[in-house]
Design a protein around this ligand. Structure first.
Ligand SMILES: [Zn+2]
Length: 356
C-alpha cells in the first residue's frame, strides 16, 4: 500500500488522527515524506492547515491550507515564494495529484507573491476581482508605472529576486465553487475587511472556514489597506456561516470564537477611540494611545490582539488607533509617523508591504 492510500485509508476510516497519532497506532516509523508532513495539521479528511512559522523559512510566515480533491489539490494562499516552495513540498509528501489552484485570500505579498511558483508547478492563481483591483493600486511597477510594493519588497527579500509578480488570472466577483461530490469549497467575498478584495474559503460539509487575514489569532492585524468599520460588518457575515473550525491567516487555528474575539477587538477599539479621541485635534491625540491600549489589554477576550509594538509599526497598536481615528474623523494622526521606523520596516518586509 503506498503512502497516500494508507493515509487516506486511515483518514476515511473515520478517525481524524494527527500523523503523529497514526505513527503511534502503527507502531512503526513513518516514511521520510510523511514524517515531514506531520508538521501539518489534518483538520478533516483531505483538509490540511499549516501554521506559518518564522522558522519555516527566513521570512515566510503566512498560514496555508490545502484540500485534496479527487483529481487535484486546491491551496489556500500562495504565501511568499519561499513559503510556496515549502508548502508544495509538504503537499508532494502526501500526494502526486496536480496542485491545480492557488487561492489568494488577498493581494498582500505574504499571501500572493508565491503565485509564480505555483504557476511553474502547474497551478493557476485564483482570487476575488478585488485582489487585482488592489494590485493595480499598490503594484504600480507591474502595471507600467512607478515602482510599487513588489519592487520595494524585492530590495530586502532574496526569494523575490528569482521570480516575478503574477496576478491571479481566474477571478470571481462574488463566489466560486469547487465541488467534486466528495469535497466542496466555496470561495466567497464577504465584504471589505483587511483589504478591499478579501475572500474566504468555506467548506460547508466540514464547517471549516479559512479566513485569510479577515481574521487572525494574535497581534497581527494590519489595517492600512482596509476599513475597520466595514471589517466589523464583514466578520458578522463570516460568523453567519456557522464554522466549527476557523483557520486564520496568522496565528493558531481555532473555533468560531476567534471571529467573535477579533470582532470584539475592533468594536472596542472603535468605541475607545470614539469616546477618548474624536473630540481632540490630531496633534493632541497621541497622548491618549497608551490609556486606550491599557483599557483594551485589560479585556481578556481581546488582550491577545493588542500589540506591544511602538508607533511606526504597520500592525502596531498606534497604527490601528490612527486608522480608526481617521475613519471616525477624517483626520490623520500624522505625528505618529515622523520618526524612522525600524520595527515598521521589519514587519513590512515580512508582509511584502511598502517599507516607507
Ligand atoms: Zn494581509
Amino acid at each position: 500500500m503506498c503512502n497516500v492510500s494508507r493515509r487516506e485509508f486511515l483518514i476515511t476510516s473515520g478517525a481524524c488522527l494527527s500523523l503523529a497519532a497514526e505513527q503511534k497506532l502503527l507502531a512503526r516509523p513513518l516514511p521520510a515524506g510523511l514524517a515531514e508532513a506531520a508538521k501539518d495539521d489534518v483538520v478533516a479528511p483531505d483538509v490540511y492547515f499549516h501554521e506559518g512559522q518564522v522558522s519555516d523559512t527566513a521570512d515566510a510566515v503566512c498560514n496555508n491550507g490545502w484540500i485534496m480533491f479527487e483529481d487535484y489539490v486546491l491551496v489556500i494562499d500562495a504565501n511568499f515564494p519561499a513559503g510556496a516552495r515549502l508548502i508544495i513540498g509538504q503537499i508532494r509528501a502526501l500526494t502526486n495529484k496536480p496542485i491545480r489552484f492557488a487561492f489568494d485570500t488577498h493581494h498582500h505579498g505574504d499571501h500572493a507573491y508565491g503565485n509564480q511558483v505555483f504557476v511553474e508547478n502547474g497551478g493557476v492563481p485564483v482570487a476575488h476581482t478585488g485582489v487585482v483591483e488592489e494590485m493595480k493600486r499598490y503594484e504600480t511597477g507591474y502595471y507600467g508605472h512607478e515602482p510599487g510594493r513588489w519592487e520595494e519588497a524585492t530590495k530586502e527579500r532574496a526569494d523575490l529576486k528569482t521570480t516575478k509578480l503574477k496576478p491571479p488570472s481566474v477571478l470571481f466577483s462574488k463566489d466560486l465553487i469547487f465541488d467534486d461530490g466528495k469535497h466542496r469549497v466555496e470561495l466567497i467575498h464577504l465584504g471589505v475587511a483587511h483589504t478591499h478584495g478579501d475572500a474566504v474559503a468555506w467548506l460547508p460539509n466540514e464547517r471549516i472556514l479559512f479566513t485569510g487575514d479577515v481574521c487572525v489569532n494574535g497581534p497581527y492585524n494590519f489595517v492600512g489597506d482596509g476599513d475597520v468599520g466595514k471589517w466589523v460588518a464583514t466578520l458578522e457575515e463570516a460568523k453567519k456561516l456557522g464554522a466549527r473550525v476557523v483557520c486564520t491567516g496568522h496565528g493558531p487555528r481555532s473555533t468560531a470564537t476567534v471571529l467573535d474575539d477579533q470582532q470584539a477587538f475592533f468594536k472596542a477599539l472603535r468605541e475607545q477611540v470614539g469616546a477618548v479621541m474624536t473630540n481632540l485635534p490630531p496633534d493632541q491625540t497621541k497622548t491618549k494611545i497608551e490609556s486606550i491600549r491599557a483599557t483594551l489589554k485589560s479585556n481578556a477576550q481581546i488582550a491577545r490582539y493588542v500589540s506591544d509594538r511602538a508607533a511606526g509599526s504597520d500592525d502596531g497598536f498606534p497604527a490601528q488607533v490612527a486608522k480608526v481615528y481617521e475613519e471616525l474623523t477624517g483626520n490623520k494622526m500624522t505625528a505618529l509617523f515622523h520618526e524612522p521606523h525600524r520595527a515598521r520596516r521589519a514587519h513590512a518586509r515580512s508582509h511584502g508591504l511598502r517599507s516607507a
